[in-house]
Design a protein. Structure first.
Length: 429
């Protein structure tokens, strides 16, 4: 007897053969053809593709749906030709934080996380601004949402020094408080400091704080059209020096688009040695990291949603298939192997970058899966539609409940497992 069995599933790179997936105690117990198991619950995939769930390593969750609260000045500055005004965009976007309050941030974030569940996006690295303007309102809100959705969508809350550390006095103290409150990851943005020396102090502070809390690091790096920016190399070098290999994640790195080839080759060697993964969000800005070159050099690259209707991007719905679809066009990754790689970049590569344990559709892995409505990867990206079924921790997610939350319904009950699991086989509308 097992808890759940998914029948008649197509698997990646297995052609038209159909498989069964047996799940018990939240893990994948067996994968095979016509498994002779009894199950308390069954899903008939009807020949659709079944894969591991999606993961989003980069979302500014404290900012979702804040675009209506401001004008479009920051959006215009960030998307301007050459991204020469990216730093000005950060200053313009910060105006919304004068009204930051955990109560409305929780409501907005809840909607975004429910959308993630609907789209089978079950792991999110969620950024909360920590600075003299935002204070700790975003951190408190995202920690509350993390606990509310625990067992459905897993959030890694990032205490993110959005306005700088040296540049914004008092942020160092707030960052310590944010980690003490229960943040999971230390977040930095050293390129916005006034000098390279201060950028290095910013990086040093983040590594000191991460070591004190044994936490991973996420840094937004070189996010402007300036080929002289070098904070990615500074962070990677510090990762090696501190022995934090594999625990530092680099985001954006848009200045890389302007780097000379010899420097990019040297930088790639440093990234490999440091085991630094790179998150690219090519749909949210006119420049982007050189994804295909990094992949060729053996760097782990993944994709992030980045924003949902905020000062930097007006769209977004936590649908990682949609992000992969957009990336296929932005980077002209349209060959079959390119498309397979794009799918990796929103599943296994993203989970690796986030250090998610037990991730993947394999025996013994955590049973976080999606039953898509299409038979293969190309069709999945073509339609980038919500999955027919989402399985989190070995149980079906109640997609109707997630739809209600995404529309702004009240929070989950205190016993979330009683609200989010649904044994109905109906496909969500």
């Amino acid at each position: 007897m097992v808890d759940l069995c998914i029948r008649n599933a197509r698997l990646r790179r297995k052609g038209d053969e159909l498989f069964d997936i047996a799940i018990t105690d939240g893990r994948i117990a067996d994968i095979g053809k016509r498994l002779s198991v009894l199950a308390r619950d069954e899903i008939d995939a009807e020949g659709s593709l079944v894969t591991e769930s999606f993961a989003n390593p980069h979302l500014h969750l404290c900012k979702v749906w804040t675009l209506p609260m401001m004008n479009e000045a920051a959006l215009a500055a960030y998307h301007g030709a050459g991204m020469g005004k990216a730093l000005a965009a950060i200053d313009l976007a910060s105006l919304v934080k004068a009204n930051y309050d955990a109560s409305w941030i929780v409501r907005n974030a809840r909607r975004a996380v429910a959308l993630a569940a609907l789209h089978g996006n079950l792991h999110i690295r969620a950024f909360a601004d920590v600075d003299s303007k935002a204070r700790l309102e975003g951190v408190r809100a995202l920690i509350a949402v993390r606990e509310e959705f625990r067992g459905i969508v897993e959030l890694q809350v990032v205490a993110f020094a959005q306005e700088g550390i040296i540049k914004d006095p008092g942020t160092d103290r707030l960052m310590h408080e944010a980690m003490a409150l229960g943040s999971d990851v230390v977040g930095g943005i050293p390129w916005i400091e006034f000098t390279d020396a201060e950028a290095q102090k910013h990086i040093d502070f983040c590594f000191d704080l991460a070591r004190a809390h044994n936490s991973d690091i996420s840094m937004l790096l070189d996010d402007a059209g300036d080929a002289s920016l070098r904070t990615l190399e500074m962070m990677a070098t510090e990762t090696i020096r501190r022995g934090w290999n594999g625990r530092a994640l680099a985001h954006h790195c848009r200045a890389m688009a302007l780097y000379a080839e010899p420097y990019l080759q040297r930088l790639s060697g440093t990234l490999r040695r440091a085991q630094v993964s790179v998150v690219s969000d090519p749909h949210t800005g006119p420049l982007h990291a050189r994804v295909k070159d990094l992949l060729t050099e053996g760097i782990n690259v993944c994709l992030g949603q980045d924003d949902i209707s905020d000062a930097y991007y007006p769209f977004g719905r936590n649908n990682m298939l949609e992000v992969a679809f957009l990336t296929a066009h932005m980077l002209w990754m349209t060959g079959r192997e390119d498309i397979e790689r794009l799918y990796d970049m929103v599943t296994v590569a993203a989970a690796k970058a986030m250090n998610v344990p037990g991730f993947g559709l394999l025996v013994g892995g955590h049973a976080n899966l999606v039953v898509l409505g299409q038979p293969n990867i190309i069709e999945a990206l073509r339609f980038h539609a919500p999955p027919r079924q989402v399985v989190s921790h070995g149980q079906r997610v109640d997609l109707q409940r997630m739809q209600a939350l995404a529309r702004g319904a009240d929070e989950l009950s205190s016993h979330s497992s009683g609200c989010v699991i649904n044994h109905s086989s109906e496909r969500p509308t």
